[in-house]
Design a binder for this molecule. Sequence first.
Ligand code: ATP
Ligand code: MG
Length: 367
Amino acid sequence: MSKTLKFAVLPGDGIGPEVMNVALKVLEAATKPSGITLEYESADVGGIAIDNHGVALPDSTLDVCKASDAILFGSVGGPKWENLPPKEQPERAALLPIRKAFSLFANVRPGLLFKELVDASPLKTERIPDGIDIVCIRELTGGIYFGQPKETRELENGELEAIDTMVYKTSEIERIAEVAAQTALGRGKRVCSVDKANVLETSVLWRKTVTAFFEEKYPELELSHMYVDNAAMQLARDPNQFDVLFTENMFGDILSDEMAVICGSMGMMSSASLGTAKNGHGQPFGLYEPAGGTAPDIAGQGVANPCAQVLSGAMMLRFSFGLGDIADRIEAAIKSAVQNDIRTGDIAFGKKAIGTEAMCDAIIERL
Ligand code: ATP
Ligand code: MG
């Protein structure tokens, strides 16, 4: 089999370039035995793009993305660009336009905490004896963050009034339900849909649409519903009761951060944002990035944990290139390294800490 994977590499700022370098080496090593060629093109994004081109997302970078089947993204921003106006801030000026350009409507975040790392979680370790293994899927382009009208207006008595609007169409609900179903098929076959159907009209439609969708298309999956307030409690109480949970934009924004914190180190958390378009491999076009940021406090020191970036690369293989078996091997290699106490500082807990490059070698050795 000879297959070429064409993807855009946008390392960005801070620890971005350091951990991206590791991700590319691991992807190279993991795919080579299968005769797969990586054909990636790197481009500036974020603060470095502001310095080099005057804007956080140059047209030339967007063109590189458009010519690719997926985007492997580092992270953007940092103290140097903090004083720019909000609209020009690297995160907002780079990520939002990319999401828009590729209609990235589904954010998939694994909540993965290895058994060996339960100390990293603020939860009591006896509540998660085997670690955590769930997935949170957030709708990314609809709901109250984008609904119109969205404005502040002056009332007749001079008082100000602000309005945000929560809107969802059945087609938007069905496409995110499809991502949740596909994710659950490759895992524990259980899906929990999170809403607030006791109060919100959009949630009533959400629940009705989701129920009908799973009855018709995925009767083999176990579907449950939960109100978002309860879901927030249940996540902190017993996260492993979930397999795949999925929800609308604002609820997902909040729940996915809650999930990230109960899963411990930012240095281990990956994410995928999937689009409506299919790429040249007949798979969803997607953007893959660590859940953490640029970690300015440790940037340039060679100590960042590259695992989140490597795991993001593995997600890219799984979702955008249909190479789930190679993704599994990369995940297993990372797990094996951690099990053998090969760890960067953020997850060392008093054990010996190694640097970014040494972690890279340890992962590749175990592939
Ligand atoms: P940003 O604005 O880019 O999000 P931040 O200051 O919020 O930057 P984060 O990157 O979100 O910083 O990181 C939060 C904390 O987690 C920092 O102390 C950082 O060092 C740590 N951290 C994040 N990613 C990693 C990583 N890959 N390896 C080690 N530590 C990390
Ligand atoms: Mg941050």
